[in-house]
Every structure is written in structure tokens, then in C-alpha cells.
Design a protein around this ligand. Structure first.
Ligand SMILES: [Zn+2]
Length: 103
């Protein structure tokens, strides 16, 4: 038995009924990009995780970044990651990896 959910959308100024997704936002709002459904967020999350994994793999297979300091030196990954001299480059990346490992 499915529960029939009716809710008021203040943006569209109307009632909407959505039997299949009682926990979701107004379907018209989702269509217009105001909100993302759980399914959309899960898809986005998976793509972001794959993107992080790809960069981790690249870092594990290389020494650093060439051309970053504009002096011919290679900037080792250790300098660019959290705790390094130039960690403002990749501290957000490390924070994302840390967050990912908790998920
Ligand atoms: Zn709406």
C-alpha cells in the first residue's frame, strides 16, 4: 500500500501529489532545477567520488606538478597537500578525501 502525499508548494502556489516520491520536493521545482532529488544527489556524489579517485590515482603515479612555480622546478605533491608549504592548492582536495573516507 502506498501513501498518498499531498503538499503545498509556495513557489508554484499549488498543491502537488506525488505517490512515488513522498520525501521529495515539488516535482515542478525539481524540473526547474530549484532542488535536487535524492537520486540526483546520489548520482552527483558518485561522479564526484570517481573524480576524486582519479586524482588520487594520478598523484600516486607521479611526483608532483611541473610548471607550477614558473621556475622549472617540480612542485612535489607533498608541498601542495595539507601540511605542505603551498597546501592552499590542495587542502580542499584533502578535506574531500577525508570526507569521502567517512562516507
Ligand atoms: Zn514547486
Amino acid at each position: 500500500m502506498s501513501h498518498y502525499i499531498t503538499r503545498w508548494c509556495p513557489i508554484h502556489d499549488e498543491w502537488s501529489d506525488d505517490v512515488n516520491n513522498p520525501e521529495e520536493f515539488c516535482p515542478d521545482c525539481v524540473k526547474e532545477g530549484r532542488y535536487k532529488t535524492r537520486e540526483m544527489l546520489e548520482r552527483e556524489n558518485e561522479a564526484l567520488r570517481k573524480g576524486l579517485d582519479a586524482v588520487v590515482a594520478l598523484i600516486n603515479e607521479s611526483h608532483g606538478v611541473s610548471g607550477l612555480h614558473l621556475n622549472g622546478d617540480i612542485a612535489p605533491w607533498g608541498e601542495l597537500r595539507t601540511g605542505g608549504s603551498f597546501d592552499e592548492w590542495l587542502s580542499d582536495f584533502d578535506a574531500a578525501i577525508k570526507e569521502q573516507s567517512h562516507g
